[in-house]
Design a protein around this ligand. Structure first.
Ligand SMILES: *Cc1c(COP(=O)(O)O)cnc(C)c1O
Length: 384
């Protein structure tokens, strides 16, 4: 094409779940949280802006120090899996991790980096840790933004097929990384399958990974019941964990993602961020995110409701002959013999419900269904 740069040819943009405006749909296609933010989040934004409207005319804190402190505190008190964190009757009094989620060390603010959604954070991660002289290794079916960033930054990729039971093929992934001395990235729990590796399996990956290369674990869905790798940061300096407020903290419309890693690695990402945009977290997002961290107990209750609904929806589908993978997330990945994924998607859409279908070869029979409220899931059951 005339006028545009050559590098544009290697761009293949990510396509998110549709956000149509032609009619009101029940949205179960983008893994958004069906519950609204806590009232204290709205209140914090309102009162902060009324007390100091000039804040919108000033540049925000480029290091978001207060927010990083609050995120560290939230992780230390929840253990990184909201669906299992416990709290007293007073939801504002904070949380306690479940015994199996105890971190065993303290996460400090210098281990946290924040950006404009974890999509942006992932883009910084690709730039910071993956070279263009060797492939980065990741599963064939995983978050479909990873190959997009490879195109954007000219990073070669090595994609590892999933096992026949849809789990990650850890052995082949490690062998491939060893061969080219490569970094690895995967989502845990994985998307769109919903399947999770145990913390012990991730530990083995960290211990067998090539020296001097990071292992990036995208924990976008961890709060709904996976095992977080946060405790592994204590002994593994090659671990980079990426997390988001979008799913478990009802924040997809506001944009906040973050990294948890050793302070030296976080510093490296700061260097990349400051070479691109000093202020990826704006004042309003920062204010809302700090209030969200303080309301973790409310979001823990929501994550539990979603996990419970997921289990009953999975049972419903299996009773009716659907094949459903065991999900540790806020969505299920399912198919039915004799009915294509596209057909299922179309039937739901006709009934006013959006679910996600991927045309990607290998998974085109499946649909990915986000877990909504009980009422939304009841409406979908009528269709299925
Ligand atoms: C949703 C999702 C993200 C992106 O989250 P944002 O913070 O909204 O950009 C990242 N990784 C995975 C695996 C996701 O599913």
């Amino acid at each position: 094409m005339e006028f545009v740069s050559k590098r544009l040819e290697s761009l293949h943009p990510y396509v998110p779940g549709e956000q149509p405006t032609d009619r009101e749909y029940i949205k179960l296609n983008a893994n958004e949280n069906p519950y609204p933010p806590h009232s204290s989040v709205i209140e914090a934004v309102k009162s902060t802006l009324s007390a100091a409207p000039q804040k919108l005319g000033l540049y925000p804190d480029p290091d978001v120090t207060e927010l990083r402190t609050q995120i560290a505190r939230m992780l230390n008190t929840t253990g990184g899996v909201l669906a299992r964190a416990s709290h007293s009757a007073d939801v504002t009094a904070g949380c306690r991790p479940a015994p199996e989620d105890e971190l065993g060390f303290e996460i400090t603010p210098d281990m946290i980096f924040c950006g404009n959604g974890s999509d942006e954070v992932l883009s910084f991660v690709f730039y910071t840790f993956f070279d263009s002289d060797r492939p980065v290794v990741f599963p064939e079916h995983t978050y479909s933004f990873y190959p997009v960033y490879c195109g954007y930054y000219h990073i070669p990729m090595e994609r590892i097929k999933l096992l026949p039971d849809w789990r990650l093929d850890v052995g082949t992934m490690l062998a491939s990384a060893a061969k080219s001395s490569s970094a690895m990235i995967f989502a845990n729990p994985n998307a769109p399958t919903g399947l999770a590796l145990t913390r012990n399996e991730v530990k083995q990956i960290l211990e067998s990974a090539p020296a001097g290369k990071v292992v990036v674990v995208d924990e976008a869905y961890c709060d709904f019941g996976g095992e977080s790798c946060l405790p592994l940061l204590k002994d593994h300096k090659n671990l980079v964990i990426v997390r988001t407020f979008s799913k478990s903290l009802s924040f997809a419309g506001m944009r906040l993602g973050y990294i948890v890693a050793a302070p030296e690695l976080v510093q490296a990402v700061f260097c990349v961020k400051n070479s691109f945009n000093h202020f990826p977290v704006d004042f309003v997002a920062k204010t809302a995110a700090i209030a969200s961290c303080k309301a973790a107990a409310y979001y823990a209750d929501n994550a539990r409701k979603i996990a419970k609904e997921r289990e009953s929806f999975t049972a419903f589908l299996r009773e009716r002959g659907y094949f459903v993978l065991d999900s540790s997330t806020n969505f299920v990945f399912t198919k039915k013999d004799g009915m294509g994924g596209k057909e299922l998607y179309g039937r739901a859409k006709d009934a006013g419900i959006l679910i996600r279908h991927f045309a990607t070869p290998g998974i085109e029979d499946f649909v990915r269904i986000s877990i909504g409220t009980h009422e939304q899931m009841e409406a979908l059951k009528q269709v299925l």
